[in-house]
Design a protein around this ligand. Structure first.
Ligand SMILES: Cc1ncc(COP(=O)(O)O)c(C=O)c1O
Length: 391
């Protein structure tokens, strides 16, 4: 049967569908009628092959403990090989109920209470949360904006922080949410060499790996054998096919010692088998979702170009950071002259939008807003027009 869910212009009413994005504004302190473009969740139906596989599995009517065999691994391996030129081995794979869960397990596995963990602010806020919530210390190698309207890494500061704070664990975000960088092989090599030199374990969160619009995604562990030995690579089709509530991610840990430590934390947390629907969704998405994925990617790319043009034409004082990867646009409102509270008020109350405020990504995010453009063009246009009017 052919793919059916290729109409990305279709506006779907997600209200009253247990939807975090649409149904929880009031609970989260926002007016009831805000238009939500915040959380990294796309307003598209997933591939019809995933839909059909789940319906079919549901019809079996029995939902006992489930586990996968080699075919699951082969499907995942094929996706990694064809899309990211990365060859994985079956024993490297550990499945977890989500990537953030894996980040928390890594904190427990590779550090002790009070230890420092390095991140690069502004970054996806659960990075700092899982570090702090586990009683560890957040250390930031804060990214800086270059003349080229992209963010960059201060490598000297990166090494200095590792040495001064005795860092043994680093959370890399590649592609980087929210600044939209796709780190180049050269940049990753520099980071990796410093980590090898100081025996720092690298958790590379590559959940956005399938959303690259400029440049090429390089799997950190795939760059050098030494990097493979120090890395935990976090992947999932949950962003690519919008399957976040399936609670499934594929974590690759080539080094047996690191893998054992990670597994020990999963055991201690009482996690063994995962939900069968998530397993079925992964297999269907990666084995049959290619056409949907390509079409979705093209649609999102056009939305990014549209947003850029709109911002340049109609939003004076607002600048869109060059976006290389992810579907999350990072808008700089600092030249509007609004302070942080005024900007919040403008977005939420004047524009009636629910975006992710830059400040939640750390101090370096103040004056910014993150907007999710993986939605039908009509929704995006409505959001942009609301900002224009509010300004
Ligand atoms: C960088 C990054 N990591 C992890 C996640 C969430 O992963 P999960 O839902 O699998 O915990 C997101 C979601 O936006 C993300 O942007």
């Amino acid at each position: 049967m052919a793919e059916r869910n290729l109409d990305f212009d279709k506006v779907i009413n997600r209200k009253n569908t247990r939807c975090l994005k649409y149904d929880f504004a009031v609970k989260r302190g926002k007016p009831a009628d805000v238009l939500p473009l915040w959380v990294a969740d796309m307003d598209f139906e997933t591939s019809s092959y995933v839909e059909d596989a789940l319906v079919e599995r549901a019809k079996e009517g029995i939902f006992g403990y489930s586990e996968v065999q080699t075919p699951y691994f082969e499907i995942v391996a094929n996706w990694m090989k064809t899309h990211h030129n990365w060859e994985i081995q079956e024993d490297w794979l550990i499945k977890t109920p989500g990537v953030v869960f894996a980040l928390a397990m890594a904190v427990k596995a590779y550090t002790h209470p009070g230890d420092s963990v390095l991140i690069q602010l502004p970054v996806y806020y659960p990075f700092a949360e899982v570090i702090q919530d586990n009683g560890r210390k957040v250390v930031s190698n804060t990214l800086y904006q270059g003349e080229d309207n992209r963010y960059h890494i201060d490598f000297q500061d990166f090494e200095k922080k590792i040495v001064e704070e005795n860092v043994k664990l680093f959370f890399l975000c590649n592609p980087h949410n929210p600044v939209g960088r796709v780190w180049s092989a050269e940049e990753l090599e520099k980071l990796g060499d410093i980590c090898v030199k100081h025996s720092v374990t690298v958790v590379s969160d590559e959940i956005h790996q399938d959303f690259v619009f400029k440049g090429k995604h390089q799997v950190f562990a795939g760059l050098k054998k030494e990097f493979q030995e120090i890395s935990i690579t976090c992947t999932s089709p949950s962003k690519t096919f919008n399957l976040a509530s399936m609670m499934i991610s594929n974590i690759f840990i080539p080094n047996p010692e690191l893998r054992q430590k990670f597994q020990k934390q999963l055991d201690a947390a009482g996690i063994s088998q995962l939900g069968v629907m998530g397993l079925v969704a992964v297999e269907a998405a990666y084995s049959k979702g290619e056409e949907w994925y390509q079409a979705m990617h093209t649609y999102v790319e056009a939305n990014i170009a549209y947003t850029k043009e709109y911002v340049e034409k109609y939003l004076p004082g607002v600048k869109m950071t060059e976006l290389e990867g992810t579907y999350l646009v990072w808008l700089d409102f600092r030249d509007t002259g609004l302070d942080v509270d005024e900007l919040e008020d403008l977005i939420i109350h004047k524009a009636g939008l629910w975006l992710d405020s830059g400040k939640i990504f750390g101090k370096a995010g103040e004056g910014f807003q993150r907007i999710n453009v993986a939605c039908p063009r009509a929704t995006l246009t409505e959001a942009m027009e609301r900002i224009r009017k509010a300004l």
